[in-house]
Unconditional design. Structure first.
Length: 460
């Protein structure tokens, strides 16, 4: 990285000043390409699974990304601490191109699942590397603005990615979506690597007493495999699938705590509590993002364009809320923004539950996704800033990796428990709407818990 500016110049300079412009441009390009690929690929996966005669294994295809991103996050975080964030970021970008080609050439559902697994590995490395690079490249006062800019980079992909991919898949082929994204990504990826060369550096050696234990690669692999097994177990209800689900759960219970800071489950003040809050919040949001569209399509017979607009609205709302917290609320203590975000997230859960009532318009349930995104735009960047401030000296990569791991575990756990409650209600003879209502009601518990624990994440 370039020589650090003086204190006076740090105060005067912004994200696009001469000192930080190259790094900011590189991070922006990475996040834009990542958002475009993620939002364009996901809508084509059901069509691909149908053409490959693998609809029954679609939960595995969809879940492989989250499972692999656990491993990618750990690899990227520790690599960033050892050699600087540029190398894992470059490796993640190159792997992203490779995985698009693997998925595009799929001849079976298993190859498509393998492609999604590689994509998750790349996505985890990129996400953690970006956060670590921000921690290494910018002073404290610019970090929240940089994170807000990263969120804003998803606005255009959220507007054009899904509809454009749908048109290409309908008029041509779903394979063309993957091949086209690979062609669009390869040259910018090389350019990003060149721009960032020398812009990040290995972190300063940490004091021996401040260095957290490095989780073994075997532990991260076990957690990733456990999550994948759980997703496969959810694809059927026979004894074989049940055994896979139990095996996956066992791996998560045994190995997942080793990827998180000591004291996470007890919400110890500082980094452990911050990491736990990220898992609880992400679990609630992404469960809403999964169940609300499912309810609209299967229960309310809503046109796909409505659910697409809900996704677009949520992306814009998240970016706008993130911008507000970085510009208009930057003087508010971060833990208070976390509380505010959790309260908005709880309100979204209530809106989703009320939207299950037959007398209510379907648009009310769809709006829950937008409201939830407002809450996440407030609390997610705030938690990231808090995690960087709590990170031991020279260990921003470790903190970012722990946050990414907690986010993925929260998605898997909260969605799994909510889905189990939904299936239990339906299996007992209740209507689907009662099941959705129960699942949404359950989401209030992590919202309340996170609100009560928010002060434990307070920065000194």
């Amino acid at each position: 990285m370039a020589d650090r500016p003086s204190a006076h110049s740090e105060t005067a300079e912004g994200l696009f000043s001469r000192t930080y412009a190259a790094a900011t441009a590189g991070f922006t390009a990475v996040m834009f390409l990542t958002g475009l690929a993620a939002l364009a690929v996901v809508p084509t996966l059901p069509t691909a699974a149908r053409d490959l005669d693998g609809v029954s294994l679609f939960p595995l295809v969809a879940g492989c990304f989250v499972a692999a991103s656990l491993l990618g996050g750990v690899l990227g975080g520790h690599w960033a601490d050892r050699a600087g964030a540029q190398r894992p970021l470059a490796a993640g970008m190159v792997l992203a191109v490779v995985t698009l080609l693997v998925s595009a050439a799929s001849t079976s559902i298993w190859q498509l699942a393998a492609g999604r697994f590689l994509d998750g590995l790349a996505g985890g490395m990129v996400a953690v590397s970006i956060n670590a690079a921000i921690g290494q490249a910018y002073p404290d006062r610019l970090r929240s603005r940089a994170l807000a800019l990263m969120s804003a980079c998803w606005i255009i992909p959220s507007l054009v990615g899904p509809p454009l991919a749908g048109l290409v898949a309908e008029w041509w082929s779903w394979r063309a979506v993957f091949y086209g994204l690979a062609a669009l990504t390869v040259l910018p990826a090389l350019a990003v690597v060149a721009v960032l060369r020398g812009r990040s550096r290995p972190a300063a050696p940490a004091e021996s007493g401040d260095r957290p234990p490095r989780p073994a690669l075997m532990v991260a692999t076990a957690v990733s495999v456990g999550a994948a097994l759980g997703q496969y177990g959810a694809s059927g209800w026979d004894l074989r699938h049940l055994l896979f689900a139990v095996g996956g759960l066992a791996l998560l219970v045994v190995f997942a705590p080793r990827l998180l800071p000591p004291g996470t489950w007890c919400a110890v003040r500082g980094l452990p509590a911050t990491v736990l809050l990220r898992g609880l919040s992400s679990g609630v949001f992404f469960t809403l993002e999964a169940l609300v569209p499912l309810m609209l399509v299967t229960g309310r017979d809503v046109a796909p364009v409505v659910t697409g607009l809900a996704f677009t609205g949520a992306a814009v709302a998240w970016a706008a809320s993130s911008w507000i917290q970085s510009r208009l609320l930057e003087r508010v203590p971060r833990h208070r923004l976390v509380v505010a975000g959790e309260l908005v997230l709880a309100a979204a859960v209530v809106v989703a539950a009320v939207g299950t009532l037959p007398a209510m318009p379907a648009s009310l349930a769809a709006s829950a996704m937008v409201v939830a995104a407002v809450g996440m735009g407030l609390l997610a960047p705030s938690l990231t800033v808090l995690s960087l401030s709590h990170a031991p000296s020279g260990r921003q990569g470790y903190a970012s990796s722990a946050m990414q791991t907690s986010q993925n575990l929260g998605q898997i756990t909260v969605l799994g428990v909510s889905s189990a409650l939904f299936n239990a209600c339906v299996g007992a003879g209740s209507t689907e709407f009662v099941g959705y209502r129960a699942a949404f009601g359950l989401l209030l518990a992590p919202c309340v818990l996170a609100t009560l624990l928010a002060t434990r994440s307070r920065s000194a």
